[in-house]
Design a protein around this ligand. Sequence first.
Ligand code: TMP
Length: 218
Amino acid sequence: MTRRGLFITFEGGEGCGKTTQIQKLANRIKSIVSIPFVVTREPGGAPSAELIRGLLVNGDAEKWRPATEGLLMSAARHEHVEQIIRPALAQNKLVMSDRFVDSTIVYQGIVGGVARNDIDAMSHIACGDIYPDVTIILDIDSQIGLARAKSRSAGEDRFEAKGLEYHEKVRAGFLDIAADDPSRFVVINANRTPDDIAEDIWQAVRPLLQACGLIGNG
Ligand code: TMP
């Protein structure tokens, strides 16, 4: 099936504000143009993938080995890709996902120690040819982000419980992969007000929406 549409992913450590920012971006797009878009998330985003999410985000921090986490994340992703993302892109929709394959590369690969070629093999099965066009990384001080995530915790705190040192490695991991591929990643300083962050995201996303004809050049 021909791949069209535009696929934007949002990544970053705990409490970096991804969910708020995706909503702000969706509202901004909605206020200027009527284009079909999908807002989704990982792990999850499809009913069967949400079942796997429950296994991953609840319970004891050490209950899964990093490779098991990677396999479960990838299994959830495969359902998400095939049920939600691929069909939406094929219909020329804009897809915005709160986390995707880069979270596995960082959390299970760089931080968890699963070899990159194993992560890539899992991702190949999970995603096939579906890959983000652009990835926004919201970079926040790990201590501030973790405190924020803990204060609003809805019980899904298994990753938060892995501690500050783990989350500092996550932050560094995202910055490292972004430095390796500046053509796909945009790193945004998220230690600022939601409106300032939203403005930077808009400046990064607007040219892409224009380039693929989803919004006008005005
Ligand atoms: P969330 O808090 O952004 O909803 O994500 C839940 C947790 O899952 C978060 O701590 C990051 C973790 N995660 C991974 O470790 N690997 C992955 O591939 C994904 C998608 C999430």
